[in-house]
Design a protein around this ligand. Sequence first.
Ligand code: AMP
Length: 216
Amino acid sequence: MRLILVGPPGAGKGTQAVHLAAHYAIPHISTGDIFRANIKGGTELGKLAQSYTDKGELVPDSVTNEMVKDRLKQDDVKNGFLLDGYPRNTFQAEVLRAILAEKESPLDAVLELSLDDSVIVERLSGRRTCKDCQTSFHILFEKPAVDGKCDKCGGELYQRTDDSVEVIQNRLSVYAEQTKPIINFYREEGLLITIPAEGDVSEITDRAIGALSAAV
Ligand code: AMP
């Protein structure tokens, strides 16, 4: 399965990606996670990326596309992959199409998680993320068993710099202006599947798997 997960920030892409990647036994490739790992590690890429991620702006295409191209050369993508957070504009979508055409391994589907803007701000501003394993919690809707600690690995939970209300608003405009056009791009390619991203995590995963088995 070669799959893209698309949707506004806060639609639960990261959470669903973990479940779907496990279900289809494919690697979960999140460009946001790769940038955050580089920022944490203090690499040159991390230093460059941070100036954009902190503001909710997109990291330049040249940097992001090269990073994804390299990632897609690794052996573990032979049986497929789940891309989360990439592509984020039509240029990236075109570059990805070219990368995959060269490998003769076209996409199977693009799954869109759709969600209202009002719900997004509420979800993102209460989100807390594990510093170590990136699992997300919510201060109201998905509390960790112990305050400030990750249920999975015991790591410390923090609020992503880009989950502050001002940055969220910017990420939403960036999504509307730059990322939304890829929805049409993939609709025209006949690859788009849209599901509502409301309800329990497991309910949404079942909905996604159901929609994907019907379509692919
Ligand atoms: P995410 O975790 O997917 O919300 O990504 C966090 C931040 O990383 C975004 O707000 C961007 O600054 C950057 N980023 C992630 N994916 C991309 C991408 N495909 N293109 C450009 N910037 C990206």
